[in-house]
Structures are given as structure tokens and as C-alpha cells.
Design a protein around this ligand. Structure first.
Ligand code: UDP
Ligand code: MG
Length: 319
């Protein structure tokens, strides 16, 4: 059994050596159980010496395969490149910053042996700020009402997947990739276990508040057209209200004659409606923008350097 570990790395020079060491130890533990390991590292256009570290690791350890991007294409693209490069019978996706404890892979293997295609690690929110925890809880409640797939709070990309799950995910060629949703969408028997959240070992998280907000919106918009439907209903509702109100005014004018007061009503209605229209335009724009990206059919990433034979990465050029 060949097990591939896929890790996206963006500015991780401080922690990569330690990460790789941990994985090597894991490989030693797993060897007697009949598991060979392969390490797939994707350098997502890091601005530090991550690539140099990867080259060194690859020179020292033949099990290391790395792919380095021409610029920062984002974690989703890095994950995709990693999954395409991985050749194992099953694949574990994990962060390179040691926030995903490598030892949990053993637990994943146990659960995988029970016949699950996806073994998902779910983190607690220990160490997260209260605001972030609450925002996350609220977000997941909302998003699950809105989307077709179910997303679970604390479930990220740390998971083990069987070959058929990986192939299914790779078969989804969309440009806008929201992995959490894609993994949930493909289905197959899955099980979840919980682990204690750990702080980053070194370096800095690349998430900003704005980044999280964008990511959250992606989650809602990538998986359904319900916001469009909601916009339609809202528009129809407002139209109905406006019709009723107009009727009422006309009747009132006929009965009592024309009265000038009503300035506040008009201004409120105007600004309110303008706001609603802007929001709806925004919703439509989001979808149009997505279509625009899909239609262009550009590759998800470009490779600058790699020790993997191009034939094994042939799929790189297929959008
Ligand atoms: N990452 C990446 N490209 C990016 C941002 C992040 O490949 O543009 C990688 C990063 O190296 C790490 C993982 O994605 O292995 C998770 O990133 P981070 O730790 O910044 O996120 P957090 O753990 O705070 O959610
Ligand atoms: Mg992290």
C-alpha cells in the first residue's frame, strides 16, 4: 500500500524541515504495517526559501516529490497540483505548518481499514478567538441552509482519501475550487473524528479577515444558485409590496384628495430599493464573474520547477 502525503507550502521555510522529520518518523512507524509513504510538497510560489528547502529534502530523500508554482496561486490550486501528482492508493492532505498532527495519520489508517473512503479530521476551536469561533458557528449554520452540500464546522482539508475519491475530485474540473465543498460533494462512505486544535509551529497564517470573508462567500456561491433564487423572490416580494402601496395611495388620494406629506416614505423607499438592487446586481455579478473564469479555461497553476517527471504531471496542462 502506497500512501501519499500531500502538503501545500506557502512561505514555510521555518517549519518544513521539522514537518518532514515528523513525516519520516511516521513512515518508520508505518513500514512494519505494510505502508510505504510518498511525500508530495507543493510550493505555492513562496517568497522565502521554501523551494530551496524542498530541493534539499528531495536530494536527501527519494520519496519526496515536489512541484513549485511560478507564483502564488492559492491553497486550492496547490491542493489540486498535489492530488494530481500523488500516485498513492490513498492520499492524506495536510498543512505543512504542523497544525495537522502527522501522528493522526495512524488513526486515519485504522478507520480507513474499516472501509471508509474518506477519513476526516475535525479540529476543535481551542485557541481560536471568541469572535472567530462565534463567526464560524454562525457561518456554518447559514451556509448549510444555503448550500446543497453539508459543511461541518472545524472540518478542513485534513483528511485521508481513497484513490477513487481522489480521482472523483480530480474529475471536477471547475476553476473556482472550494475544496471543502468538493470533498463533501463527491460523497462516498466517510467518517469523522475530532482532534485538539494546535497552534502554528512557526511562520504566520496567511489568512486575513478579508481573505476569510472572501473564502466564506466562495463557499456559499460555489455550490448552488440559491442566492439567485432568493434575489428573484425578494424582487417579486418587493414588487408586490410596491403594487399594494401604490394602490393604497391612489385609493387614499381618490377618497381624501392629494396630500403632500410622504417625503420620508419616498426617500426611504428609494434608498432601500436602490440598496436591494445593488445587492442583487452584486449577486448576479458574482455568478457572471465565475462563468467568466470558467469559460476562459485557464490552467489552475503554472509549474516553475519540479522533480516529478512531466509525464507524471501531464494533466497539468488540462484546465
Ligand atoms: N497555503 C498555500 N497557499 C496559500 C496560503 C496557504 O499553499 O496561498 C498553505 C500553507 O502553507 C499551509 C496551509 O496552506 O500549509 C494552511 O495555511 P495557513 O496555515 O496559513 O492557514 P490556517 O491554518 O491559518 O487556516
Ligand atoms: Mg495553519
Amino acid at each position: 500500500m502506497l500512501l501519499s502525503i500531500v502538503a501545500p507550502c506557502f512561505n514555510e521555510e521555518d517549519v518544513l524541515d521539522r514537518f518532514h522529520e515528523r513525516l519520516q518518523r511516521l513512515a518508520e512507524d508505518l513500514l512494519p504495517l505494510g505502508h510505504d509513504l510518498e511525500f508530495v510538497y507543493v510550493d505555492d510560489g513562496s517568497r522565502d526559501r521554501t523551494l530551496t528547502v524542498l530541493e534539499r529534502l528531495a536530494a536527501l530523500d527519494a520519496r519526496v516529490r515536489y512541484v513549485s508554482f511560478s507564483r502564488n496561486f492559492g491553497k486550492e490550486a496547490a491542493l489540486l497540483a498535489g492530488l494530481r501528482t500523488a500516485s498513492g492508493d490513498c492520499v492524506v492532505v495536510m498543512d505543512a505548518d504542523l497544525q495537522h498532527p502527522p501522528d493522526l495519520v495512524k488513526r486515519m489508517i485504522e478507520l480507513r481499514a474499516q472501509g471508509y473512503d474518506q477519513v476526516i479530521a475535525r479540529r476543535t476551536r481551542t485557541g481560536d478567538g471568541l469572535a472567530r469561533t462565534l463567526a464560524a458557528r454562525l457561518y456554518y449554520r447559514l451556509v448549510n441552509r444555503l448550500t446543497d452540500v453539508e459543511l461541518v464546522d472545524g472540518v478542513g482539508d485534513f483528511r485521508m482519501m481513497s484513490r477513487r475519491v481522489v480521482d472523483a475530485v480530480l474529475g471536477l474540473a471547475e476553476y473556482n475550487r472550494f475544496s471543502k465543498g468538493l470533498f463533501a460533494w463527491v460523497g462516498f462512505p466517510a467518517t469523522t473524528f475530532t482532534y485538539e486544535n494546535a497552534a502554528r509551529e512557526a511562520g504566520r497564517s496567511s489568512w486575513t479577515f478579508r481573505g476569510l470573508l472572501d473564502y466564506g462567500l466562495d463557499g456559499v456561491l460555489s455550490f448552488n444558485n440559491r442566492p439567485l433564487r432568493a434575489a428573484l423572490y425578494l424582487g417579486m416580494g418587493l414588487l408586490l409590496c410596491a403594487g399594494l402601496y401604490t394602490g393604497w395611495i391612489v385609493v387614499a388620494a381618490l377618497v381624501h384628495g392629494v396630500q403632500t406629506p410622504g417625503y420620508v416614505t419616498i426617500v426611504t423607499a428609494l434608498t432601500g430599493l436602490a440598496g436591494v438592487q445593488m445587492v442583487m446586481l452584486g449577486v448576479i455579478g458574482e455568478y457572471t464573474g465565475r462563468i467568466y473564469y470558467e469559460v476562459k479555461g485557464r490552467p489552475h497553476f503554472l509549474v516553475k520547477a519540479s522533480n516529478v517527471h512531466p509525464a507524471d504531471r501531464a494533466k497539468d496542462l488540462i484546465p
